[in-house]
Design a protein around this ligand. Structure first.
Ligand code: PGA
Length: 258
């Protein structure tokens, strides 16, 4: 079982930010992997708010992207780079040279993925990697059945991921069909080489998949379950996401709340 920190939702961003702050205190230029999605938003808001108050300095860290759509350009709103620029990198004042984007352009994608791996290795790998959890157990775009040893690669997106993402980007207009069919993702093997991993999970709709991730068998059918093989991975979740954990994570939640 991975260590699980269950926190009230209002403390979620602060708790995640505390982890990052402790890494940056030891190493200001630490290499940090950042996901997109709803889940990490409280973390990014907290980081920006702490930086505005002079409580944390983000400018020396090096940021690594986890995934994006194949073919997405950074100037497109749908691109994950665009999203991270808006929600974290630009307001944090991060020099673009300190950002390792995931490659997205199809022409030389295999070579570009190798280059991404080489650059990540040249930076010494991820000191801390934050991950979100997909409803189907994906991490990054490592969909069910992903190769546990894979490095960064192009992958077809599952229907459920495309549906979820369509809802995310819709602004009233995008259907699942308008979400790209392929993604590019840091591979599971690369993810598992991060020195420290924090799986961020919040919301009742993730309770079932979090329970399966932690308490069913370790299997590529639930890619996030492979994190249980990592010596320094942990889960940070809110009370709602812990709702289906057994034997009694609600007790842990109550302890935190009391
Ligand atoms: P979410 O996405 O944070 O928007 O729920 C997580 C994921 O699907 O990886």
């Amino acid at each position: 079982m991975l260590p699980v920190d269950v926190v009230p939702i209002q403390d979620f961003g602060a708790k995640a930010a505390d982890h990052l702050a402790s890494v940056l205190r030891r190493k200001a230029e630490a290499v940090i992997g950042f996901p997109t999605g709803n889940t990490p938003l409280p973390l990014y808001q907290e980081l920006l708010s702490r930086q505005a108050k002079g409580q944390i300095a983000l400018g020396q860290m090096r940021a690594v992207m986890l995934d994006d759509y194949l073919g997405a350009r950074p100037d497109q709103e749908i691109s994950f780079r665009n999203w991270l620029d808006r929600h974290l990198f630009v307001p944090a004042g991060l020099d673009p040279r300190r950002i390792l984007p995931i490659p997205t352009q199809p022409q030389n994608i295999a070579a570009d993925c190798r280059d991404y791996e080489n650059r990540l290795n040249a930076w010494g790998g991820c000191d801390l990697l934050f991950l979100g959890l997909g409803l189907n157990g994906h991490v990054g775009f490592n969909e069910p059945g992903a190769d546990p040893d894979s490095i960064t690669h192009v992958t077809p997106l599952s229907q459920i991921s495309r549906q979820v993402n369509a809802a995310y980007w819709k602004h009233g207009s995008l259907s699942a069909d308008s979400v790209p069919e392929y993604g590019v993702t840091m591979g599971l093997g690369t993810i598992l080489r991060a020195r420290e991993i924090i799986l961020l999970v919040r919301g009742a709709e993730k309770a079932g998949i979090l329970a399966r991730t932690l308490q069913a068998e370790i299997t590529p059918a639930i890619p996030a379950s492979l994190l249980r093989r990592h010596a320094r991975a942990r889960v940070l979740c809110d009370v709602a996401a812990a709702g289906e954990l057994k034997p009694s994570p609600p007790q842990r939640a109550q302890e935190v709340e009391s």
